[in-house]
Design a protein around this ligand. Structure first.
Ligand SMILES: Nc1nc2c(ncn2[C@@H]2O[C@H](COP(=O)(O)OP(=O)(O)OP(=O)(O)O)[C@@H](O)[C@H]2O)c(=O)[nH]1
Ligand SMILES: [Mg+2]
Length: 373
């Protein structure tokens, strides 16, 4: 029996069961990728077999027993839902570099040091001590060199483990580090929009002392709007280039919606400035609150898409209320599809797809519009 792991997803290669992970029709000593990863890489076919919570738990529990440097990756666009407390508690006592990935999705005018300060305050709030904070784009290669230098300094003869929630870009980051530091031009590890693409630990010898970059399966976030939708909608929701924020002057009785994912109905005495940060592919709608029920009844799955008509039939919403005192600029984050920056005192009734976590923070973008790249 040949014991080999797929270089794309880490699953044990096997040629007996096409429905199980790691399947390849003819397993030989030269086999590198399972059929799933081969089809993903060459035909962009989305994976049907995905990692489960047990895969993440098994690997992370093993990783924390080892003496490695941890690179903890969050998605800057989904900071609040991917800065996961459960995971942080596991890695608290390790040497950790915090990496906020997908910087290319943020407006280019945002000052990078303001974001680093904001991230460092979020770490302080929960007493999470990290060696360094980096902001990168794995996709565009932004600031990968700076991260490589920090890893080199902090590693001290150890392996480097890449951990984080599913879909934050762990595998993309490992690919980017390899491409930036070797002659390789193509991705080594499989990546996709489907949470749970990496199935097992993947060890890639990388350093001169034969130590490795080690990719791991992500923690699947069940409080994410993606859980309520089908892959057809993922690409509309996940920004793939620089977000173009949309600012509205809002008065009492106005509603703003992120397609059919969330509806924010404002009550306020004075005019508010509201800026929506989300994928450019997501339709933003403004209407009078009194028209909202009618709009949802007639347009959900049509103008208000995602959800698609098929998805809409299974979707449930929840209602929440948020009051802002208007003293500071605030962000309201929606796990999966972005955030809204609000300046002004208001009371907001929010109708949002049930799986979505909603968080309020001080504004991440801050007041500076100074260009930094
Ligand atoms: N815009 C943008 N997209 C990115 C970036 N990095 C990763 N992505 C995309 O995010 C999605 C998830 O990337 P992966 O690298 O598969 O994420 P992962 O953390 O390894 O996910 P799992 O293996 O499921 O845990 C893919 O569609 C990537 O193309 C980035 O820097 N910018
Ligand atoms: Mg992965």
């Amino acid at each position: 029996m040949i014991l080999r792991k797929c270089s794309g997803c880490g699953a044990q290669l096997q040629d007996t069961d096409p429905d199980k992970m790691g399947f390849i029709p003819n397993l030989t000593l030269e086999s590198k990728y399972c059929k799933r990863c081969f089809r993903l890489m060459h035909y962009n076919e989305l994976p049907k077999v995905v990692a489960k919570s047990e895969d993440y738990e098994r690997v992370i529990d093993d990783v924390i027993k080892r003496n490695g440097l941890i690179v903890f990756i969050v998605d800057i666009f989904q900071f609040k839902s991917t800065f996961n407390k459960q995971m942080i508690d596991k890695i608290r006592n390790k040497d950790v570099i915090l990496v906020a990935n997908k910087y290319d999705t943020f407006p280019h005018s945002v000052n990078i040091s303001n974001i680093v300060n904001w991230l460092s305050k979020e770490c302080e709030k929960i007493f999470f001590r990290v060696l360094a904070i980096h902001i990168v784009s794995s996709k565009k290669g932004h600031y990968i060199k700076e991260l490589t230098n920090t890893i080199d300094m902090a590693r001290r003869g150890r392996d480097v483990y890449f951990v984080g929630c599913a879909n934050v870009g762990k595998s993309s980051l490992v690919n980017s580090l390899i491409k930036n530091n070797t002659s390789k031009k193509d991705d080594v590890i499989s990546t996709s929009v489907i949470p749970g693409t990496t199935l097992n630990e993947i060890r890639i010898p990388f350093f001169e002392d034969n130590k490795a970059l080690i990719d791991t399966p992500g923690l699947i976030n069940t409080s994410d709007v993606l859980e309520a939708l089908l892959p057809i909608s993922y690409k509309k929701i996940m920004p793939d280039n620089e977000m173009k924020p949309k600012t509205f002057q809002i008065t009492d009785g106005n509603t703003l919606s992120f397609a059919g994912l969330a509806f924010l109905s404002f009550k306020c005495d004075d005019r508010l400035s509201v800026t929506m940060y989300t994928s450019n592919n997501l339709y933003i709608h403004r209407c009078k609150t009194e028209r909202l029920d009618d709009l949802i009844n007639t347009q959900l799955g049509k103008l208000l898409n995602p959800p698609t008509i098929d998805e809409a039939s299974n979707i449930e919403y929840k209602d929440i209320n948020i009051k802002l005192d208007g003293k500071d600029k605030k962000d309201i984050w929606f796990s999966g599809f972005g955030f809204v920056e609000i300046i002004g005192k208001c009371d907001i009734d929010i109708k949002v797809i049930k799986n979505t976590e909603v968080y309020v923070t001080n504004a991440i973008i801050g007041s500076s519009k100074e260009a930094s790249r």
